[in-house]
Design a protein around this ligand. Structure first.
Ligand code: MLT
Length: 411
C-alpha cells in the first residue's frame, strides 16, 4: 500500500488561478456570444522582443551544428548568463554578487516552491496576507502549516502579516520569532512597495533572529519611483539573511519561454538542530544537481539577450506599455469612485470592492455584467477580502474597453 503525503489533504480548494479559469470556461460555454476580457492572471500579451528572438534563432542554428551542439548544460546555468546577471542586475546597482551564487531555473514559481526542500519541517513560516498563493501552498505541502482553521481562513502554524490599507500595505514585524519570512515587493497582489528603510527593518529582524528572508523580486522592473530597492541586497547585511528570486516572465515576456533565477549568497547560513552552521548555497546546489538538468541553452541565450543595449531598450518599451495600462486602469476606476492602490511601481492595481460585496461577489458581477475577469482579493488570503486585483498585462485596447465596461456597470 503506497501511503500519500497527507499534507496535500490540508490544501484548500484548487489553485486560485485554476479555480478562476474553470469559472471563466463555464461562463463562456453558457454565453458563447460574449467577448470576455481577461485581466486576471498576470500573464503578458506583448510578444518576445526582437533582441531575444534573434538570440534564440542563433542558438537554434548553433545546436544544429556538430561544433555548436549542446547536451546537458550545467545544472546551475551557463556561465555566460550567470555573469550577465551579476554584471547587469547587481554590479550596476552597486551590489556584489558572485556568479556561483546565481542559479538559473525555469521559473520563479518553481524556485519559490522548491526552496522549501532545504528547510526543516518545524521552521515557523511568516507570510504577508494577502499573498501569492505559492508560498503558502508549498509550505502546506511540505508539512509546515498545521491544520486549517475554517472559521479564520488561516493555518494554525503560519504567521500571517496583514498588508492592508490600514497599515499602508507595510507589514509589521512579527510579534513572535519566525524562521522563514516571505516578502514580495513590488507586491503581488497589492502592487505596493517598500522603501529601503522599510526593508532594512526586515533585514535587521532576520539578523537578530537568525531567520531567512525569501525575497521575491519578480516585479522589480516595474519600479518607477526613487528609493525603492530593486533587490533586497541593496540593503546592507541582506546577503547574510536573504535568498532572492527573479524572473524574466514579466519583464521579457518569458511566461511561456520559462526562465528565472534565484540568488543564494554564500554568506547565508542555516542551522542543524545541534546549532551547527550550514551553507544554504551548498544545500541548494546539491538539490539543484540532483533534481534539475538546467534550462535549455536556447532559452538561456534569449535571457542573456535581455541585457544587450537593444534588448534593454525593447524591454523598457514593453514595461512602459504595461505601466501605461496600469495608469488607464487606476485613473478610470478612480473617476467612478473606486479606491485603488498599486499600479505605479507594479503591473497590478488593487482596488476596494463596493461596500457590502465580497471579493467573489465582485468577481461574479464583473464577469456577468462587464465580461471582465479579475482576481478576487480573498483568493490571496483572508486580508484580501474586500479587495480585487486587475492586471495591466492585457493589450491597451482591451484594457481601455474593460475599464469602460466596469465604469458602466458601476453606474
Ligand atoms: C499572478 O497572476 O499572480 C502571477 O501571474 C502568477 C505567477 O506568476 O505564477
Amino acid at each position: 500500500m503506497s501511503l500519500i503525503n497527507e499534507n496535500f489533504l490540508e490544501l484548500q480548494d484548487s489553485y486560485l488561478f485554476s479555480t478562476i479559469a474553470k469559472k471563466v470556461v463555464k461562463f463562456s460555454e453558457n454565453n458563447p456570444d460574449k467577448k470576455i476580457i481577461k485581466l486576471g492572471i498576470g500573464d503578458v500579451t506583448k510578444p518576445i522582443v526582437p533582441a531575444c528572438l534573434e538570440a534564440m534563432h542563433k542558438a537554434v542554428d548553433e545546436i544544429g551544428t556538430s561544433n555548436g551542439f549542446k547536451g546537458y548544460g550545467p545544472e546551475q546555468g551557463y556561465e555566460f548568463l550567470r555573469k550577465a546577471i551579476v554584471e547587469n542586475d547587481y554590479k550596476q546597482r552597486g551590489v556584489q554578487i558572485e556568479a556561483d551564487e546565481v542559479f538559473i531555473s525555469d521559473g520563479a514559481k518553481c524556485d519559490c516552491g522548491n526552496i522549501v526542500d532545504i528547510f526543516e519541517k518545524d521552521n515557523r513560516v511568516a507570510i504577508t496576507d494577502p499573498v501569492y498563493p505559492v508560498y503558502l501552498d508549498t509550505n502546506v505541502m511540505s508539512g509546515r502549516s498545521g491544520k486549517f482553521n475554517q472559521e479564520k481562513g488561516t493555518y494554525e502554524n503560519i504567521v500571517y502579516l496583514p498588508v492592508t490599507a490600514e497599515n499602508n500595505f507595510k507589514p509589521e514585524l512579527p510579534k513572535e520569532k519566525v524562521d522563514m519570512i516571505y516578502l514580495c515587493f513590488p507586491n503581488n497582489p497589492t502592487g505596493t512597495v517598500l522603501t529601503k528603510e522599510d526593508l532594512k527593518k526586515w533585514v535587521d529582524y532576520a539578523k537578530e533572529n537568525n531567520s531567512i528572508i525569501l525575497y521575491d523580486a519578480a516585479y522589480e522592473a516595474f519600479i518607477t519611483e526613487e528609493n525603492i530597492p530593486h533587490s533586497i541586497y541593496e540593503v546592507e547585511g541582506a546577503k547574510e539573511v536573504a535568498i532572492e528570486f527573479k524572473s524574466y516572465s514579466k519583464t521579457a515576456g518569458f511566461t511561456g519561454v520559462r526562465c528565472a533565477y534565484v540568488v543564494v549568497p554564500k554568506k547565508l547560513k542555516g542551522y542543524t538542530k545541534n546549532g551547527e552552521e550550514v551553507s544554504l548555497n551548498k544545500l541548494w546546489n546539491r538539490r539543484t544537481c540532483t533534481k534539475f538538468n538546467g534550462v535549455s541553452y536556447i532559452v538561456q541565450r534569449a535571457a542573456e539577450a535581455t541585457y544587450l543595449e537593444e534588448g534593454k531598450e525593447q524591454i523598457k518599451q514593453n514595461i512602459n506599455y504595461y505601466l501605461e495600462n496600469a495608469k488607464i486602469i487606476k485613473q478610470g476606476l478612480e473617476e467612478v469612485g473606486f479606491i485603488t492602490y498599486g499600479g505605479v511601481n507594479s503591473p497590478y492595481v488593487w482596488l476596494k470592492v463596493p461596500e457590502g460585496m465580497t471579493s467573489w461577489d465582485f468577481f461574479d458581477k464583473l464577469l456577468e455584467e462587464a465580461n471582465v475577469v479579475g482576481t478576487p482579493g480573498s483568493g490571496f488570503g483572508p486580508h484580501g477580502e474586500g479587495y480585487f486585483r486587475l492586471t495591466a498585462f492585457g493589450t491597451k485596447e482591451n484594457t481601455i474597453e474593460a475599464i469602460e465596461r466596469i465604469k458602466q456597470c458601476k453606474k
